[in-house]
Design a protein around this ligand. Structure first.
Ligand SMILES: N=CN[C@@H](CCC(=O)O)C(=O)O
Ligand SMILES: [Zn+2]
Length: 407
C-alpha cells in the first residue's frame, strides 16, 4: 500500500479530521431521490483513511482537526470505471478532422500503439501518474485503467504493470484492435491474446475487455470476442465489453450472456438489447461514455429510456487519445444532463455509486461509516452545480483513503 494522497499530492494527515459545515452531503446510501441519500448541514469525520462518523454538523464529535466547509457540497469521490490512460503520442489532428466531418472507425488506435511501444517505462509511468493526478484534482478517487496500446505480450504486460501501481482496477485489453503487423492472420492474433498474452497479463489484471465491433475492420467479431472473453474468464479475470459503439452489434448480448460486469458505450441499442440489459440489471451495467459522442460527433445514447426501463446505468470518461481525451467526470455529468436526458441527481448517482457497481465495488461511490474516506467537495452549495456550471472547475478531491494498489 502506498500512502494516502490529497489531490495536490500532500499526504493525508494521520489521526482524525472533522469536516463540518457541509451544506449538502450526498451519501448515495440508496435512500431519497434516486438513492442519493442527501443530508443538509452535515459533518463527516475521517480517521486513518476511513469514514468514522456521519451526522448533523452541530453534533460532530471532537477530532484532531476541524475543517469548516462553509456550506459547500460534499459527495463521494467520482468513480471513473472506464479509461485508457497508458498511452503516449498525440492525435489532436484526428480530432480536428472529425470536427469537420471525418468518421471514427478505430483506425487511429495504431498511431497510439506505435507511440506507446516507443516510450520508455519511465515516461509511460510519468504520463499515467500525471493523468491520475489530473483526475484526482477534479474529484475522481477511483479509476479503472485498461491496457490496449501495446498489443504485444511484453507491451501489454508492461502497461498493466504500470497501471497496477496506481489502481487495483486494471483491465487487460489485448483485444483492442488487431495490430497492423497481425492483420494478415487474425486467427493467429486471437491465439496470441488467448494464450501467451493472457498468461503474461493476468497477474496484473482484475478484468478483461474486448472491443467487440463489427462496424470497425480493426476490432473483433462476435465469435472472436466470445473466444477471448471465455479464455480470460477461465484465467480468473472478470469481464467487461466495449459494445455497440459505432453501430448496432452483438456486444450487449454477448456481455449479458457471459455475465460481464459492464458493457460500455451502448450508443446503438435495439429493443432486444435494452430488454437484455433490464433482465441483467443486477449483473451487467450499461456504462455510458458521452465524452465519446462529444468528441466523435456521434448521436448520444438515450439514457432516459434506459433508466425508465430499469437498466443499471453508469457514467465514465473513457479517457483515451482517440475518442475522448478528457478525464473530467464533471464534464461527463454535464453532458449526461444536457444531452442524454438524465437529471442532475441521476447523473451524480451514475458517476459514483452506479459506476462503482460497474466495477463490482460496494465500498466506493458512497459515503458510509467504515468505508473509505474518498470524498469530493464542490465550490458550490449543491450537486446541481456540476451540470449548471459546466466547464468551471468546481470539483476537487477532499480526501482519499489509502491508495488501494491491489498489493
Ligand atoms: N473503441 C475503442 N477504444 C476506445 C478508443 C481508442 C482510441 O481511439 O484510441 C474507446 O473506448 O472509444
Ligand atoms: Zn474505451
Amino acid at each position: 500500500m502506498t500512502s494516502t494522497v490529497h489531490a495536490h499530492g500532500a499526504p493525508e494527515p494521520t489521526g482524525s479530521t472533522a469536516y463540518v459545515g457541509i451544506g449538502e452531503l450526498v451519501t448515495c446510501d440508496g435512500t431519497g431521490e434516486v438513492g442519493l441519500g442527501m443530508r443538509r448541514d452535515a459533518a463527516v469525520v475521517v480517521e486513518d483513511g476511513l469514514v468514522a462518523w456521519v451526522g448533523e454538523s452541530a453534533d460532530a464529535p471532537a477530532a484532531d482537526r476541524r475543517v469548516d466547509l462553509e456550506g459547500r457540497a460534499v459527495l463521494p469521490g467520482f468513480v471513473d470505471s472506464h479509461s485508457h490512460l497508458v498511452f503516449d503520442g498525440d492525435r489532436a489532428a484526428e480530432f480536428a478532422a472529425r470536427m469537420t466531418g471525418e468518421r471514427y472507425d478505430g483506425g487511429g488506435i495504431g498511431v497510439s500503439v506505435a507511440a506507446t511501444r516507443a516510450a520508455s517505462d519511465e515516461r509511460l509511468r510519468e504520463l499515467v501518474a500525471a493523468r491520475v493526478a489530473e483526475m484526482r484534482a477534479q474529484g475522481t478517487t477511483t479509476v479503472e485503467i485498461k491496457s490496449g496500446y501495446g498489443l504485444t505480450v511484453e507491451d501489454e504486460a508492461r502497461a498493466l504493470r504500470i497501471a497496477r501501481e496506481l489502481t487495483p482496477e486494471t483491465t487487460f485489453l489485448g483485444a483492442h484492435v488487431v495490430p497492423e503487423e497481425a492483420r494478415g492472420d487474425r486467427t493467429a492474433y486471437v491465439d496470441l491474446v488467448t494464450g501467451p498474452m493472457l498468461e503474461a497479463c493476468a497477474p496484473y489484471a482484475r478484468w478483461a475487455d474486448v472491443f467487440c465491433e463489427p462496424n470497425s475492420p480493426h476490432a473483433f467479431t462476435e465469435d472472436e470476442s466470445r473466444a477471448i472473453l471465455l479464455a480470460a474468464r477461465d484465467a480468473g479475470l472478470e469481464l467487461r465489453v466495449h459494445g455497440n459503439q459505432l453501430g448496432p452489434g452483438p456486444g450487449v448480448q454477448l456481455a449479458v450472456e457471459l455475465g460481464a460486469a459492464s458493457v460500455d458505450h451502448c450508443t446503438y441499442l435495439s429493443d432486444a438489447d435494452v430488454d437484455a440489459l433490464v433482465q441483467a440489471a443486477d449483473t451487467t451495467c450499461a456504462t455510458l461514455l458521452p465524452g465519446v459522442e462529444f468528441s466523435t460527433r456521434s448521436p448520444y445514447p438515450d439514457a432516459r429510456a434506459l433508466l425508465d426501463a430499469g437498466v443499471s446505468v453508469a457514467l465514465a470518461t473513457d479517457c483515451n487519445p482517440g475518442t475522448c481525451y478528457s478525464d473530467s467526470m464533471p464534464f461527463v455529468i454535464a453532458l449526461a444532463v444536457r444531452e442524454m436526458g438524465m437529471t442532475p441527481s441521476e447523473a451524480v448517482y451514475a458517476a459514483t455509486a452506479g459506476s462503482a457497481k460497474a466495477l463490482r465495488r460496494g465500498d466506493v461511490g458512497r459515503v458510509a461509516v467504515g468505508g473509505p474516506a474518498d470524498l469530493a467537495v464542490l465550490e458550490a452549495p449543491s450537486h446541481l452545480h456540476l451540470a449548471y456550471r459546466a466547464g468551471v472547475p468546481i470539483a476537487r478531491t477532499l480526501a482519499t483513503a489509502a491508495d488501494r494498489t491491489g498489493e
